[in-house]
Every structure is written in structure tokens, then in C-alpha cells.
Design a protein around this ligand. Structure first.
Ligand code: NDP
Length: 467
């Protein structure tokens, strides 16, 4: 363990990047008495707070009112005039981002962390340069995140990414979304609910590659029911300008005229121009920083956490990895992160949430399974007549009876699945689920009342997933 504050270095820890992982690690290290500096060349808060999870969720809330307005008359409400002022929604979102940015700045200050504005570059295993000034540190933590990537096609520069999609000055009339991952389905839902026409171009048969096949099929169907034109096996050839709008040409020769093309085609780690290769830090073929279970790189004084390591690219994972580094370095408690059983949610409309293994992966890793699936129209929509359905699935190891996967598409799925993630962490069996009393009437109770196994011959639907 490093002696803290022995004066050999300016700082005990120097962190590059003030996003979720970098801030969490720096604050925790500061709380343990370490002298910490953090540098950032954009706004403190990182992707999640400034241009990701938080602003996205505000737009999901804002746009989803459209569903409530159209459902309300069935419950007796008089249909009132309603329209969305997009600029007001964006302003409300920006105010909250500004507030959170201020909170992050305060929290760093209160933890005694020195904030240095500018882009950091590692000069040697104990030195970082920011804006022409050099700082030495016993340990360096790289937490520089990732960024959206566009495919290498002609006219890609005419499309936007999620960064710009969060700040469009007005609601487009027609958006073409390229890609059907987390970001693609979330933004398709926002724009559709807000009133835009949405065309989604995906390479496979269903959205959300990597998720359970039944979930993928169910969400693809729900997106279509909500009015999103999901076009499968469709590859973009190029994008051209058409006045103020855009024209998308597919490889099969179709053209689609629209206002905005959103590329939601994955993200890449921010690992360039940081001096990593020069000091000998290993970078993998996906441009991610290679680390061990303690987030240590092959250069022993340099650690890395979060999306720049491309392990599980989720904010809570980056935070856990960052805090673990603080435990390892400054509390004499080497801490590895358990990347198993991490729940995740997709804030599509309706949302998806999942924890554990897809049926396909569980079958590969655990052999015989019992699978329980339910698909129903939620009580609310028996009144409204809305066609939206909820789908829930349990994947159970036949021999041990352990529940290996919990999956859901439907209202409140993220709120419901979080609790079941605890049960899976505890190794809950199907019988323990069955012994649990449900909360009635709720959708969640279905997870503890599913009795009928799906016949063995049926192995999911849709394309095989790889999660
Ligand atoms: P994903 O990796 O989830 O999805 C990328 C999508 O783009 C896939 O549909 C993929 O198709 C498609 N694609 C990739 N390359 C091309 C190409 N050249 N041409 C056409 N289509 C292409 O990436 P996202 O950008 O949606 O999100 C990045 C990550 O950010 C997520 O994996 C997740 O870790 C995180 N995230 C998490 C959120 C949450 O927790 N709610 C929200 C947003 C992001 P194919 O399937 O055929 O490969």
C-alpha cells in the first residue's frame, strides 16, 4: 500500500475524467484521506449526467405524457387540448443538468478533491500534464469514458448522435434512427411519443442484440404497435442533404426522406491522445484499456474504470469500479468487482429490464432449464384499450432450481427488476420465488405466481441472443 501524503508526489491519486467512475473514485479516495486531483475538459458529471442517462430519462418522462393523455378519456377524463412545447422540455432538462453539475462540483470540493480544468495526458507512470502544467501522483486513474461512433459511410457527418439528439432546438417531423441497441430504442421511443414519425433501420430481425430472444421479439412488436416503422435487415448505403432535410439510401435501393438521421450505432472508449501507449499501457482490439479484476492496468501505478475499459458500460458499474479502486489503494482492502448479475434497463416505451442470463446463454452454460413466460394485457389497458402488452420471463436451472434470469418488457420494468436482482444475488430458487406472496393487483406479482413451464421443445423466439 502506498504511504499517503509522504511528499514524494504532488498527489496520491490523479484522476483523468470527472464522470461517474472518476468522481466516485476520487471522492471515496478523498474521504479516506488521500490527496486527490481530478481533471476534466468538459463539464463535471460525464456522459451519464450531462449527455446520457439523466437527460435521456427526462425526455422519456416528458414525451410519455402523450400516452397518458390518450389513455385518460377511457377513465372518464374529458379530452383536453394538449401539445408539446419541445423547447420548454429541453429547457427543463437543461436546468436539471445544470443543477446536477453544480452538485457534482460541490461534492468534489467537499471531499477535498482538487479540480483541474483541461484535458490530461499521461507523461510517465507518475506524471500527468494538463494545459501545459505537470502534476505528479503516486497513482493515476483513467476514467475517460466513451463516445458515440458513426458507421463509415458516405454522408455519416450529416447524421447526429445521442449527444446532439438531446439538444435539438425543435422536434423533427421525421427521424430515421440507425441501430437498434439501447440508445436506438430509447430515442425512437422519445421522438415517437413526442409526435414525430420514426423509422428505425436495424441489421438483424429484432432490436437489442444480446438480450433474451423473447424480450427482443416482444419489444420489437411493441415498438411497431407504438407506430415506429422498424425495418429489419436494412443497411444504410449513404446519407445526402436535401434542403434542410436528409435523404437516406439503403443498400437495397430504398430512399427515405427525413429531417434528422440519428446514428445509434454503438460507442467507443475514449483512449486516444492520453499518452497510454507511450507509457506502455495495454489497449485491446476494441480500443479499451485492459485491466485486471482490481481495475489495474499492466503499468502498476495506473488504474482504469468505467466505459474506457469496456467491461459493462453502465454508470452504476463505473461507480462500483471507481469506489473499489479507492478501497484497494487507500483503505488497505483490495477489492475486485463482481460483474455477474448486474441488472440493466432500457428506457424504451414500454421499458425493458433484465437481470441474469438470457435463455440462450443459460442453456449454453447450465444445460437443462425450466422456462416460465407470461404475456398479458395490463389491467390499466383493459380499460384504455391500448394494445400494449407486458411480457415477463423466468429462466430456471432444472437441476439446482436456481433462478438464472429475470426478464421483463412492460410498464415499470426497471423499478420491478431491481428488487429481483437482489434475489438473484442471493441465489434464490424457483421454490423461494413461489413461496413469496405477491402484491395484488400488480404486474410484479406475476414473477412469484408463474406456475406453468413452457414445453421443452420451445426454445425462445426471435434471433438467438448472446448475452
Ligand atoms: P449498442 O451496442 O447497444 O447497439 C448498437 C446498435 O447499432 C446495434 O443495433 C447494432 O446492430 C447497430 N450497429 C452497430 N454498428 C452498425 C453499423 N455500422 N451500421 C448499422 N448499425 C450498426 O450501442 P448503443 O449505442 O445503443 O449504446 C452503447 C452502450 O451504452 C450500451 O451498450 C450500454 O452499455 C450503454 N447504454 C446504456 C443505457 C441504459 O442502461 N439504459 C442507455 C444507453 C446506453 P447489431 O445488433 O446488428 O450489431
Amino acid at each position: 500500500m502506498a504511504p499517503m501524503g509522504d511528499g514524494r508526489f504532488d498527489f496520491d491519486l490523479f484522476t483523468l475524467g470527472a464522470g461517474s467512475g472518476g468522481v466516485a473514485s476520487s471522492r471515496r479516495s478523498g474521504a479516506y484521506g488521500a490527496r486527490v486531483a481530478i481533471c476534466e475538459d468538459s463539464r463535471v458529471g460525464g456522459t451519464c449526467v450531462i449527455r446520457g442517462c439523466v437527460p435521456k430519462k427526462i425526455l422519456v418522462y416528458g414525451s410519455h405524457f402523450a400516452h397518458d393523455f390518450s389513455d385518460a378519456p377511457a377513465f372518464g377524463w374529458t379530452q383536453a387540448e394538449h401539445s408539446l412545447d419541445w423547447a420548454t422540455l429541453i429547457q427543463a432538462k437543461n436546468r436539471e443538468i445544470d443543477r446536477l453539475n453544480g452538485v457534482y462540483l460541490r461534492l468534489l470540493r467537499d471531499s477535498g478533491v482538487t479540480l483541474i480544468e483541461g484535458r490530461g495526458k499521461i507523461v510517465d507512470p507518475h506524471t500527468v500534464e494538463v494545459a501545459g502544467k505537470r502534476y505528479t501522483a503516486e497513482h493515476i486513474l483513467v476514467a475517460t469514458g466513451g463516445r458515440p461512433q458513426k458507421p463509415p459511410i458516405v454522408g455519416a457527418d450529416l447524421g447526429i448522435t445521442s449527444n446532439e439528439a438531446l439538444d435539438l432546438p425543435k422536434l423533427p417531423k421525421h427521424v430515421v434512427v440507425v441501430g437498434g441497441g439501447y440508445i436506438g430504442v430509447e430515442f425512437a421511443g422519445i421522438f415517437r411519443a413526442a409526435g414525430a414519425k420514426v423509422t428505425m433501420l436495424i441489421r438483424g430481425d429484432t432490436v437489442l442484440r444480446g438480450f433474451d430472444a423473447d424480450i427482443r421479439a416482444a419489444l420489437t412488436s411493441e415498438l411497431r404497435k407504438s407506430g415506429i416503422d422498424v425495418r429489419c435487415e436494412t443497411f444504410v448505403a449513404d446519407v445526402e442533404r436535401r434542403g434542410d432535410g436528409r435523404s437516406v439510401l439503403t443498400q437495397s435501393g430504398e430512399t427515405i426522406e427525413c429531417d434528422v438521421v440519428l446514428f445509434a450505432t454503438g460507442r467507443v472508449p475514449n483512449t486516444e491522445n492520453l499518452g497510454l501507449e507511450e507509457v506502455g499501457v495495454s489497449i485491446d482490439k476494441n480500443r479499451a484499456i485492459a485491466v485486471d479484476a482490481y481495475s489495474r492496468t499492466n503499468v502498476s501505478s495506473i488504474f482504469a474504470v468505467g466505459d474506457c475499459t469496456n467491461r459493462i458500460n453502465l454508470t452504476p458499474v463505473a461507480i462500483a469500479e471507481g469506489r473499489a479502486v479507492a478501497e484497494t489503494l487507500f483503505r488497505n482492502s483490495p477489492t475486485a468487482i463482481d460483474h455477474e448479475g448486474v441488472p440493466s434497463a432500457v428506457f424504451s416505451q414500454p421499458p425493458v429490464a433484465t437481470v441474469g442470463l438470457s435463455e440462450e446463454r443459460a442453456r449454453r452454460e447450465h444445460g437443462d432449464l425450466d422456462v416460465y413466460v407470461t404475456n398479458f394485457r395490463p389491467l390499466k389497458h383493459t380499460i384504455t384499450g391500448r394494445e400494449e402488452r407486458t411480457m415477463m420471463k423466468l429462466v430456471v436451472a432444472r437441476e439446482s432450481r436456481r433462478v438464472l434470469g429475470v426478464h421483463m418488457v412492460g410498464a415499470d420494468a426497471p423499478e420491478i427488476v431491481q428488487g429481483f436482482a437482489v434475489a438473484l444475488k442471493c441465489g434464490a430458487t424457483k421454490e423461494q420465488f413461489d413461496k413469496t406472496v405477491g402484491i395484488h393487483p400488480s404486474a410484479a406479482e406475476e414473477f412469484v405466481t408463474m406456475r406453468d413451464k413452457r414445453p421443452d421443445a420451445v426454445h425462445g423466439v426471435g434471433a438467438p441472443g448472446a448475452r
